[in-house]
Design a protein around this ligand. Structure first.
Ligand code: URP
Ligand code: ZN
Ligand code: ZN
Length: 460
């Protein structure tokens, strides 16, 4: 063996057992009790949980958005590793008039040699035509079976209208691809943004205008429409970054009728409300969809506990304070997005398992096994089983940490969770059999991550 992890509690989505793990050539070779300590490296995990590495299937590295680039692949993925995440999925979003192929090739070039952990890409469709339909079919069979579409961003030219969404969903029924849907109602949203975009209201409310112009119905109307189109077409839809309680109700009802619909929510919608806009630098928190209120936060927590939300992902889109400050008092010019991939596992463990009684196995399914199954990475990733990639996080469930951006590995100079007190933190991250992070420090080589092709037709 290259590595043996001894004395830990191995946690998967199904069970928790006391066992040792032997790793050879980057894969899990054996799981057994009392393995002989014969390996180049022995890791003592006494008192620790040994879990499959986190899979954050919603990140945006080096994304040009609202006039600035988000944190790049190198430091972003190193931060992910420090937080126990071993795979990320980013987006290759087509630009108008250009092919999906151009977007994929450009993002591949962007990540190669920079990513510290394994990565994959979702396609992003903003220009639906016969060629895009063919490309969608090609990529579904060739490693990229998931495609983001936007019901918003009309002025940017990214919006998929109902006809486009309906047509794409029809394709997914035939091919097993999945539409990753940004569900917000463009038309109502644009109307409300215009109403708040006046010197008087911006003077009165500041960045809070961002929140006021995005009430929860702008999301759940779109989720409801998407669920209807998924039902009508028999297509496959996954609601990304779901932020409203009523959206979760709609998804649950549609699922109970047999619609192929799944949903993710993000730590920011479970931990924060739009009260943050009353803070001195409230504009830092502008994201899309916007943070909602206490009712939504509680509704989403209930949905996570009931199992009608399948995935926790972060929508990491990291802009530092200098970039955020570019807004100059105009809420439509704030670069939207937050850091988060590094704190996904510890914040969600503390909040869901410690405070809200979620089982450890359900926690593992939400942050690792479910995304692996739904997005075609399983069983190579998302589990601890013989033959799987040795992507493992060793987690100290008693370690107390107060979040401080200065101590995190991300380059970002603020954290939405600054000062939050956590119990439970990753202490070691192993990616394909290599220790890449220890106690919050990246220890792997730069750019060692590999692109991982995925399969269509995932289900849980
Ligand atoms: O505000 C965010 N999260 N920006 C990323 C783009 C998106 O729509 O996911
Ligand atoms: Zn989105
Ligand atoms: Zn996103």
């Amino acid at each position: 063996m290259d590595i043996i992890i001894k004395n830990g509690k191995v946690v998967t989505d199904e069970k928790t057992i006391q066992a040792d793990i032997g790793i050879k050539n980057g894969k899990i070779a054996v799981i057994a009790k009392n393995l002989k300590p014969e390996a180049s490296k022995i890791i003592d995990a006494k008192g620790m949980y040994v879990m499959p590495g986190g899979i954050d299937m919603h990140v945006h590295f080096n994304l040009f958005f609202c006039g600035s680039y988000s944190e790049n692949w190198d430091t972003g993925t190193q931060a992910a590793a420090c937080g126990g995440v071993t795979t990320v999925i980013d987006y290759a979003i087509q630009t108008k008039g250009k092919s999906l192929k151009e977007a994929v090739e450009s993002r591949m070039k962007d990540a190669e040699g920079k990513a510290a952990i394994d990565y994959s890409l979702h396609g992003g469709i903003t220009d639906w035509n016969e060629n895009t339909r063919k490309e969608m079919s090609y990529y579904t069979q060739n490693g990229i079976p998931t495609f983001k579409m936007f019901m918003i961003y009309r002025s940017q030219g990214w919006m998929a209208d109902d006809a486009v969404l309906f047509s794409a969903l029809e394709e997914t029924r035939k091919t097993g691809a999945t539409i990753m849907l940004h569900a917000e109602s463009a038309i109502i949203l644009d109307l409300l943004v215009e109403r708040y975009h006046t010197p008087e209201l911006m003077k009165k409310y500041g960045a809070y205008c961002h929140s006021l112009s995005r009430p929860c119905y702008t999301e759940y109307e779109a989720v409801s429409r998407a669920a209807i189109w998924a039902k009508a077409t028999g297509g496959r839809v996954y609601i990304v970054h779901m932020s409203a309680s009523e959206s979760a109700d709609i998804v649950r009802r549609a699922k109970s009728e047999g619609v192929h619909i799944w949903a993710e929510t993000c730590p920011q919608y479970l931990l924060l409300t739009d009260e943050v806009f009353k803070k001195e630098n409230g504009h830092y928190y502008a994201t899309c969809p916007q943070l909602k209120n206490k009712h939504d936060l509680q509704g989403l927590l209930a949905a996570v506990k009931k199992g009608s939300v399948e995935v926790l992902a972060t929508d990491t889109c990291t802009f530092d304070t200098k970039q955020k400050d570019m807004w100059n008092g105009d809420f439509t010019k704030i670069p939207y997005g937050m850091p988060g991939v590094e704190t996904l596992l510890p914040t969600m463990y503390s909040h869901l398992v410690r405070k809200n009684g979620l089982s450890l196995n359900r926690f593992v399914s939400l942050v690792s096994t479910n995304p692996a199954k739904l997005f075609g990475l399983y069983p190579g990733k998302g589990t601890i089983s013989k033959g799987a990639d040795a992507d493992i996080v060793i987690f100290d469930s008693k370690k107390k940490v107060t979040i401080d951006y200065k101590k995190l590995a991300t380059k970002c100079d603020w954290s939405p969770y600054q000062g939050m007190e956590l119990t439970g933190y990753p202490v070691m991250t192993i990616s394909r059999g290599e220790v890449v992070a220890e106690n919050g420090k990246y220890t792997g080589s730069a750019g060692r991550g590999r692109f991982v092709p995925r399969k269509p037709g995932g289900k849980i």
